[in-house]
Design a protein around this ligand. Structure first.
Ligand SMILES: [Zn+2]
Length: 267
């Protein structure tokens, strides 16, 4: 499987992705915002875009659909619920949990329903070793998607607990946005004793390249850096208690997740 990661360098800090089959050059664009950038990148690689896939219905993840489809004749794949409601128009292939997506003869991706950021959100997990997860706005490097534009924090927690936390530790994440530095600062604020977050933030500040902030994170790295993966951490819970004095004596992981998500909204 070949993967091209395109940094949009826009205020919303979007990533666009292209996944291609090394045997046939057939390619799938994921969450295209800038159709011209995606087309040029595919052309440069000698790939042919035959499919366009959306992880969810937000405008910055579907804006390039129409023109990409018009210019390539690609098939549009999207969450079944977004297709049914019309939130994503002109869907050819509605996708649900357990479906598979093929890109050429050599690439197979499994569809996981990962609601929470929006209620119809899906992610794509490659059948490769290591696995690669195209997770839209579910997981970010050192962070979690917000829930204030059609989502629900308790649902996002269940997605983390039932799907994300159970992936192999060497799974690579391909998020829809680049928020690594601000997420690490949030981790530092919530868990000042987190040495990994402190050191990674220091490295990032030293080697910052605004034209190419590309960062790769695995699940094991998220477990170290991402507060939303550290829900039983005593320092995080003690600091939350200062903000939420009414919190239960021994808060469960869901309560910690939801409180952290609430604080991150105003960060
Ligand atoms: Zn979104």
């Amino acid at each position: 499987m070949l993967i091209k990661k395109l940094w949009m360098n826009n205020p919303l800090r979007n990533y666009n992705y292209i996944v291609a089959c090394p045997d046939s050059g057939e390619a799938m664009a994921i969450d295209p915002l800038d159709h011209g950038r995606v087309l040029n990148a595919a052309r440069d690689e000698g790939w042919t875009i035959t499919q366009v896939l959306n992880t969810h219905e937000h405008g910055d993840h579907i804006a390039g659909n129409q023109q990409l489809v018009r210019e390539t004749g690609a098939t549009l794949l999207a969450p079944a619920a977004a297709a049914a409601s019309g939130a994503i128009p002109s869907v050819d292939t509605p996708l649900s949990e357990g479906d598979t997506v093929k890109v050429g003869p050599s690439v197979t991706l499994d569809v996981l329903e990962t609601p929470g950021h929006t209620m119809c959100h899906i992610s794509l997990l490659s059948r490769t070793d290591p696995p690669h997860l195209f997770c839209g706005d579910t997981v970010f490097n050192a962070g979690a998607g917000n829930c204030h534009n059609g989502g629900d924090a308790a649902t996002l927690y269940r997605t983390f607990a039932e799907k994300i936390f159970k992936l192999p530790g060497n799974t690579f994440f391909y998020p829809g946005h680049e928020y690594f530095e601000s997420n690490l600062k949030f981790t530092r604020d919530r868990e000042p004793g987190n040495v990994a977050a402190r050191e990674t933030l220091r490295d990032l500040e030293k080697n910052r390249d605004p034209a190419d902030p590309l960062v790769m994170c695995t699940l094991d790295m998220e477990r170290q850096h991402n507060v939303f993966f550290r829900l039983d951490n005593e320092e995080i819970i003690a600091n939350l208690r200062e903000k939420f004095p009414g919190m239960s004596d021994a808060p469960n992981a869901e309560e910690v997740f939801i409180k952290l998500r609430q604080l991150r909204n105003d960060w």
